[in-house]
Write a protein that binds this ligand. Structure first.
Ligand SMILES: [Zn+2]
Length: 119
């Protein structure tokens, strides 16, 4: 497909897809289409909201030891889920780094990172 952007097709400035006008939200303010397609603006809004939620974590919910929120003490299920996902990604990255270091150094000390989550 080597078609030029046809009439009525607009490029989403986020995903770069060429989409029809109805795939974009129209700003009520100035009646112009938004630069992000509906899919991208939904995604953007979702991320924005979850980052806002994280800001709602009060300092007393942070663990004095790690400086990270104590997930189990957070009442809001959405915030808890966002934190859990964040923590999971962090642990996973640490495990990957550790395993790579072990491979590089030839250190065969058993890793305390399970290959797969048992749950
Ligand atoms: Zn898009």
């Amino acid at each position: 497909m080597n078609q030029a952007v046809g009439i009525g097709l607009y490029v989403c400035s986020h995903c770069g897809e060429k989409l029809a006008l109805q795939e974009f939200n129209v700003s009520r303010k100035d009646n112009l289409r938004e630069h992000y397609c509906k899919k991208c603006s939904r995604e953007y809004a979702r991320r924005y909201r979850s980052s806002k939620k994280l800001e709602r974590v009060s300092p007393e919910q942070l663990s004095p030891r790690t400086g990270y929120p104590v997930i189990t003490e957070i009442k809001d299920p959405d915030v808890r889920m966002a934190l859990l996902l964040q923590a999971k990604a962090r642990v996973r990255q640490m495990c990957l780094d550790k395993r790579r270091r072990q491979r590089e150094t030839g250190d065969d000390e058993p890793s305390d990172c399970p290959e797969k989550s048992s749950r």
